[in-house]
Design a binder for this molecule. Structure first.
Ligand code: XMP
Length: 325
């Protein structure tokens, strides 16, 4: 699979058998391409990079080194899950970098959304490059590029290199074993590789993470309140028989008056957003059941003391984007 064009005759991988056949073929191809060389992978814990990691572990085992960078903007439990699944269960060579302080120090006092995104993107490359330089004899960089990334790249919407912009001295050859697959096929392959459902069916989560859901200048206390509230929102919404396409919450830099234990408080508010969409170009709000909203309001305001008010965002896209920044 060296081409960037999906052959017309390639069957859609929609059964476990087809996924197994793909895995067997890729394991063979990867061994041929990589030989006895070493491969590096930035493992975010998202579906695409996780499936690539699992495929490579099956094909080349310890010749793969995964680097998981925790930028401090991940959701509750995410770094722990990556360490458990890849480090412990799959026995991967896993380097875990807790770069929380580094990112949050750089982001302190920065309120402009684009500047925040640039800082997060650049810092990520810097941390990853530093780890890469510590390793010897790495020849390949594996990436979780998928077919929609290639199509968008051809259409000029975005560059498809997930870890694009690495410094020139890190001149790796690319390994992109799922680059001809659509998302549903990647999930099917991930399931057959034995990855947990929580990873395989994970909702999309932006690269800058909770950073875009903590609008304005990020502070550690507001970020922590957001992370706790987000965990409650996910846990409650995941009790629905059918989950929305994406669901999360936002904690803006805004306080309102409340009452706790008979005393006046001045604390943050939390905005719940759940959406349905086909292509994320147009998005509809999901009208959640009233009892579910009541439960989330009660849990968030009792379990997260820094939040005293909860709102629900029912705005479609357009005019509103999905994320707040
Ligand atoms: P917007 O806010 O543009 O979001 O309506 C559309 C979809 O893209 C996700 N998103 C991102 N994903 N890096 C990503 O990998 C990003 O910087 C980013 N920004 C937005 C968003 O979560 C939604 O699914």
């Amino acid at each position: 699979m060296q081409t960037d064009v999906r052959p017309a005759e390639m069957a859609r991988i929609n059964t476990p058998e087809l996924a197994q056949a793909f895995i067997a073929e890729q394991v063979k191809e990867l061994r041929k391409q990589i030989g006895s060389s070493k491969v590096l992978l930035a493992l975010s814990g998202g579906v695409d990079s996780s499936v690539v990691a699992a495929l490579l572990i099956k094909a080349i085992g310890k010749q793969l080194t995964c680097v998981h960078v925790n930028h401090g903007l991940l959701r509750k439990g995410e770094p722990e899950q990556v360490i458990k699944v890849f480090g412990e269960e799959l026995g991967a060579n896993l380097i875990y970098v807790d770069a929380t302080d580094r990112f949050l120090d750089k982001l302190a006092g920065v309120s402009d959304p684009e500047t925040k995104r640039k800082i997060i993107g650049k810092e990520f490359i810097d941390v990853f490059a530093e780890e890469a330089r510590k390793l010897e004899n790495i020849k390949f960089l594996a990436q979780g590029t998928i077919y929609p990334d290639i199509l968008e790249s051809v259409a000029g919407v975005k560059a498809h290199h997930n870890v694009g912009g690495l410094p020139e001295d890190l001149n790796f050859e690319l390994v992109e074993p799922v680059k001809l697959l659509y998302k549903d096929e990647v999930r099917m392959v991930g399931k057959e590789l034995g990855l947990p459902d929580g990873m395989v069916y994970r909702q999309p989560f932006p690269g800058p993470g909770l950073g875009v859901r903590c609008p304005g200048a990020i502070t550690r206390d507001r970020l922590e309140a957001l992370r706790e509230a987000d965990a409650i929102v996910r846990e409650e919404i995941e009790t629905l028989p059918e989950r929305p396409w994406q669901y999360f919450c936002v904690v803006p830099d805004f306080k309102s008056t409340g009452i706790r234990d008979g005393k006046r408080t001045f604390s943050w508010l939390c905005i719940i957003r759940a959406i349905s969409t086909v292509d994320v170009v147009e998005v509809s709000p999901v009208h959640l059941p009233n009892e579910l909203i009541d439960r989330m309001v009660r849990r968030i305001t009792t379990e997260v003391p820094a939040i005293s008010r909860v709102l629900v965002d029912y705005t479609p896209k357009p005019p509103a984007t999905v994320e707040y920044e």
